[in-house]
Design a binder for this molecule. Sequence first.
Ligand code: T1G
Length: 698
Amino acid sequence: MSDVVAYEMDGDIAVITIANPPVNALGHAVRQGLWDAIERFDADEGAHAAVILGEGKLFIGGADISEFGKPPQDPWLPEVVNRIEACGKPVVAAIQGAALGGGLEVALGCHYRVAMPGAKLGLPEVNLGIIPGAGGTQRTPRLIGVAASVQMIPAGGNLSAEDAVAQGLADTLGEGSPREAGLAYARELVGQGAGPRRVGALPCPKTDEAALEDARALWRKKSAGEVARLAAIDAVEAATRLDIAEGLDEERRIFREMMETPQRAGLIHAFFIERKVAKLPEIEGVALREVARIGVIGGGTMGAGIATAALTRGLDVTLIERDEASADKARATISKNLEGAVKRGKLSDAQKDSILSDGFRTATGYDALSEADLAIEAVFEDMDVKKQVFAELDRVMKKGAILATNTSYLDVNEIAASISRPGDVIGLHFFSPAHVMKLLEVVVADQTANDVTATAFALAKKLGKVAVRAGVCDGFIGNRILAKYRAAADRMVLQGASPYQVDRAVKAFGWPMGPYEMGDLAGLDIGYMTRKRKEPTRDPRDVVPTWADELYHLGRLGQKTGRGYYIYEEGKRGGQEDPEVEELVAKAREKQGIAPREFTDAEIQRRYMAALVNEAARVVEEGIAKRPLDVDVTFLYGYGFPRWRGGPMHWADHAGLADLLSDIKEYAEEDDFFWQPAPLLERLVADNANFASLNDQG
Ligand code: T1G
């Protein structure tokens, strides 16, 4: 027997246990082990039924994703599933924790399924840019029908054990341990003289044109640019007209097609980097400081959002405001945020009430934080104001407490150096709205202690955030790079592109919004203030979007004033293009003596991404981002970069760094101030290497 699949008898029941931590992935050894175990069971006269178990917290987490792209090894998963199904005696799957992807397909190859309370049963393959490839799209609709299948599979979602039993994907809910439940059910079946019950032998599911059409319409809209979700619907539809053998072949054909798409590579890259981003040598094995009570200084949008994020994850929060009126306003904002969580079903009314009564309080004096484990300030972005706050925190906070700043660009080293305990200072840069956005830039200053950094990453996990380590510079990783590709957009507009064409081209690339729509959402006053802040040090060759300054002076700040780049009408989704903006832009060109030229959407996309990747290469070279994958995670979770492209650095590797570099050099011929190739990019091209080759550096 293989060392990852065990076979033992419990009375007249064969118990087949998969032990391949951490998630019992169906790598080659597991597939071979399962095959051998089923062969043995079929031939074992003393065994009247079999139970398949997964050791540990879950049944099976799916096929082994790390094997993708490598030469396939027999037996293939579809064959293993078919072999289980073909067994001459009943086989029961006992499912705890999760049966996902190939894991559910193995269970569907079994003749009976017992699900333990709390288990989730699903086919998340589309989230990896593929479709189920071992019968999931053919056997699932035979059990739960077409409508339920095209609701679950294209969404990459899963069913709870209870819903799975209700819908017929599983037969019964188990009690006790998975082993006990599996054995009890197998013995019951043997007692009833029940034989194998093959899902594949069930008739083709009745088609449901309406459900198929609705699902196609939904995913055409919702997953613009992604191909796997629609392909999964095609596979389910095939089950309505092909017998199981033909259906499995058709599923396999589509599966292989999806395996070849760059989207698959992008989505699997995203899967692994979001798990790797928190793996940093400096925090590995470092003991954490305890964080149960936190203080938030400032109850504005960010402060209230941070407090909400902490409260909904069970932390005790004291919020400091300058006076009672501001404190009451902050409490009202937090209460509204929690109301939203209740509406989204994330929180019960009772939980909300207990949070607001027991876990949250406001104060107007810093002494209220003397027992706090961590304090995070979210006050006005001014260095003197920040230093005043930190001086107070330094005075009142207990020894070993962590002092954090939510600044989005100020020098965290300077803040740290202003107090007596710089080693306890760290940047925790949340993204607005802080109780919704997943990204958290953990800004590590020169003197930050490793256990402070490690504790920050643990806190991020507790808050349900994806944390990325960032070094100290203006804008850290995300905003620094954003400033560059935004500037590239402004340059194209000055040269002749319409802001609206830029937004359309960028969205066609897969971003949820273009830079000018984004400006309207954030507020054009933010951009104006940033330009004013940078004015004293700006290089005269830099392009200033003077049309945006005029919009600011006209009080057209975007969505919040009903007009910015776009005109927003009450109750209407999105904004209308504004011809006056085009006039302001034309005036700016005239003033600078620029004759406008045509831009294709492809050129806009190329320049936008080239500016992003070039600056990102600098950010990695300077160590602001430790690895290119940190940039990818930042943009996937903080800037809406299309997940199916894997992240900007992954995209660049697939687009070809040499081509990108030669484009940048071409752009530099007309503008060598803005377009200076990053030395790292030049070096990688010279070494015929790529960004991925740097993802294992620490
Ligand atoms: N293959 C390989 N490694 C996997 C894996 C998998 N399927 N799932 C998890 N890991 C690794 C992960 O990278 C991490 O590694 C460790 O296990 C713990 O994971 C034919 C082809 C199961 C819900 O899409 O959703 O089946 O970082 O941190 O939070 O139709 O992992 O420690 O080195 O996420 O407890 C379909 C993917 C595959 C499920 C557990 N299956 N996994 O969550 O742990 S395609 C999936 C998950 C397929 C067939 C097709 C989650 C989990 P490291 P973790 P967790």
